[in-house]
Design a protein around this ligand. Sequence first.
Ligand SMILES: [Fe+2]
Length: 390
Amino acid sequence: MTLQAVDNERQVLLSRFLEAREATDALFRMVSPAAMYDRPIPERHRIVFYVGHLEAFDWNLLGELANRTSAHPEFDRLFAFGIDPTHGDLPTDQPQDWPRLTIVNSYRDQVRQELDRAIETAAPQLINVAIEHRLMHAETLAYIFHQLPFEYKLRPAETPTAQRSSVAPGSVDIPAGNAELGLRRDSPVFGWDNEFDAHTVAVPGFTIDRYKVTNGQFLRFIEQGGYGDPSLWAPADWDWRIAQSISHPVFWTPRGERWGYRTMFEEIPLPPDWPVYCSYAEASAYARWAGKVLPTEPQWHRAAESPAPQGMIGTGWEWTSTEFAPFPGFQRFDCYPGYSEPFFDGRHYVLKGGSTRTAPCMLRRSFRNWFQPHYQYVYAGFRCVEADSK
Ligand SMILES: [Fe+2]
């Protein structure tokens, strides 16, 4: 690569880094100041945590390049952690446990000022880690804010209008063939540790839904007693359903004989043709009720490489039945050891495809997402595979 090309690549990375900051700043501007210490999802942090977290992460990753000691080591630690609830325990911190917003905002400004100089010399991989970490949080913030009461959100002047179109469910035969998983080590594209190594998996032929399962299809499952039939649920999923009184997807609200559907800024009547968003447990119960199964990660790849299935990229994550585990040749990123490895625990499942809130860089083929089976809040749905597919 010529010096000029290296310079250009760095300029592109730096401007993407600034754009990522603007993306998360814009999301925080959407929240009324009165709600900044709220916790819209019980398993997650209070909103104010994320204001500090995005900067603490960047500082902990890149700060040593700034050639000076931290101005606020206490905040670097306070805001460093907290992604996943451990063993079902919910956080119990109170609003008064957190610093005032003006103080967190000045921490943010100070970190940015220091890093703006330091980042000029950072390795491209570190800048990519900072960019994608922040952009992943942009999606997480969106689905957290989704659960915030409407009166606490400031609707931007321009929001997209909902499209209404109808889909006729159908299925697609995918012939036997190889699925290409992962990213090659010599790829110029950035990838996280869990995307390596690239490898090929032979997949027998199978039949998969042409579209993601819709709200209308899922409604039939509910109306036919799907949430009341323990034979459709894995034992741990059934226990969760009973303990938490789960009787419908979290985006749905019972309104007498009808269902309301929660969008970011308003409730609308349930749109039957939109893909349903639900947890892995609910998706699995539906699949069993339909006499089908969820696709494996290699099957999802085979389907996505075929032109026939619709809407596999950027229209909602899709649950797979594959437990999140390292690919052969996995080596954790030393700059972010906690990114993947703690979640190779047999308690998380791979999701593929990306949602409308996923940044374009993470719509790449090799990107893998993962969640626990009882997490209902993600923009994630599913499609089914015929159970007799070998
Ligand atoms: Fe984070």
